[in-house]
Design a protein around this ligand. Structure first.
Ligand SMILES: Cc1cc2nc3c(=O)[nH]c(=O)nc-3n(C[C@H](O)[C@H](O)[C@H](O)COP(=O)(O)OP(=O)(O)OC[C@H]3O[C@@H](n4cnc5c(N)ncnc54)[C@H](O)[C@@H]3O)c2cc1C
Length: 380
């Protein structure tokens, strides 16, 4: 029995996760996307499911639920998911201290972090740079999903589940009980989800501005498929990344590490460069990124930033083919108040979900579950 109409604006991962979750709970669902296919942050990311970046507690639980859901859907909707885990490599003593503190804080069967010495790393992960390595932390929870392929498969799955899809259909106005699209059509709703990603100027701009959000642009690139016989072996990161994610903030040595990195790598700090290397099923490596905060951006793709990423990469991984096959920018909203997700209710029955920063793909299914459960608790 249908519970009412849900309209969702935006077919990125947040919109698609809400569409499938609401449909499974019995709602009639309509998904409206301005482009002919999703082209936002959701198809411009690393494709890494990244619980290790999430704070211990409810957010990590939400992330682990997300990974489990992605795994189920890889099987049912038909897209690749590679259980790579992640390997955080420490080259500075401060970074090695952070990893040991992190493992201790998250110890126990559920977290299952494994500290590894340089010899163990060399034996299991030959792509990792051995020079200067102090130690590493392997975490089995992370995985790689090629996001453009996954989203296309999810879209087909949504259609098969009876979600009404309207692509090439920009929403220009939200009325009390219906949204209006640029061609003048109205789609009535009992519940509305706005999952419009970084678009903060069109729908409820004042509410978004009041929530303390900034646009953040990131620079990324992809290598050609690596030669046969090369395997990255895991998602690889190192010292710069430990200063970046909320999960590491609680470690006492993180402040020391950040201070040393700021001193040694000021240009990396200026451009917000930290480096993730993820190998995709076609053998290519997706590499990035940088973080530039502004309300709008110059069009340049900056070669200096790419050089900063490459120089940091060379410190921790040996890649046989570092030619660049493609380059792109991605943009998302990020909270200036340090929170990793923003859920607003600008009007009754309207939910806006945004500002997951670099963790939205990981958190998407947990956020959708939370939104749809809240409707049930409200008694529709
Ligand atoms: C470079 C980069 C790397 C990242 N790496 C990771 C990672 O490895 N792991 C991870 O978990 N997260 C990662 N993220 C974050 C993650 O990709 C985002 O948090 C997530 O994709 C946000 O999804 P979304 O659906 O909110 O936004 P989007 O994917 O941007 O989707 C919003 C959609 O709304 C549509 N839209 C906007 N306005 C309208 C309108 N008026 N009418 C109709 N449609 C509209 C847009 O066309 C778009 O398709 C990364 C992000 C970037 C940019």
């Amino acid at each position: 029995m249908a519970m009412g109409n849900v309209v969702i604006i935006g077919a990125g991962i947040i919109g698609q996760a809400h569409a499938l979750t609401a449909r499974a709970a019995g709602w009639d669902v309509t998904l409206l996307e301005r482009d002919g296919r999703p082209l936002g942050a959701s198809v411009r990311n690393f494709g890494t499911l990244w619980p290790i970046g999430c704070q211990f507690g409810p957010e990590r639980e939400q992330a682990l639920y997300g990974v489990a859901r992605w795994r189920e859907l890889a099987a049912t909707a038909g897209f690749p998911l590679t259980d790579t885990g992640s390997l955080s490599l420490a080259y500075r003593p401060e970074a090695w201290a952070v990893l040991q503190e992190f493992a201790a804080a998250g110890g126990g069967a559920a977290a299952a972090f494994e500290l590894r010495g340089p010899k163990q790393v060399a034996a299991r992960f030959p792509a990792a740079q051995p020079a200067g390595l102090q130690g590493a932390l392997f975490s089995p929870a992370e995985a790689v999903v090629p996001s453009a392929i996954a989203l296309a498969a999810l879209t087909r799955h949504l259609a098969a589940q009876g979600v009404a899809l309207h692509f090439g259909t920009p929403v220009v106005r939200v009325h009390d009980d219906a949204v209006e699209t640029s061609d003048g059509r109205r789609f009535p709703f009992d519940r509305l989800v706005i999952a419009a990603g970084e678009e903060m100027r069109l729908l409820f701009p004042a509410e978004l501005a009041a929530a303390g959000l900034s646009r953040c642009r990131l620079q990324m690139f992809r290598t050609p498929p690596q030669p046969a016989g090369f395997a990255l072996g895991s998602i690889l990161v190192s010292d710069l990344t430990l200063g970046h994610y909320p999960a590491f903030r609680e470690c006492p040595s993180t402040a020391l590490l950040r201070a040393r990195l700021a001193d040694e790598l000021p240009r990396h700090g200026e451009w917000g460069v930290h480096v993730i290397a993820a190998q995709h099923p076609d053998g290519s490596l997706v590499l990035g990124d940088s973080h530039e905060y502004a309300s709008d951006f110059a069009p340049d793709y900056r070669t200096e930033v790419e050089e900063l990423i490459l120089s940091a990469l060379a410190q921790f991984v040996r890649v046989p083919d570092l030619r660049v096959a493609s380059r792109w920018h991605g943009t998302y909203l990020k909270s200036t108040r340090g929170v990793t997700q923003v859920v607003l209710q600008p009007r009754p029955r309207v939910t806006m979900v945004t500002a997951m920063g670099g963790l939205g793909m990981t958190l998407s299914w947990g956020l959708a579950r939370q939104t749809v459960a809240a409707w049930r608790d409200e008694g529709n």
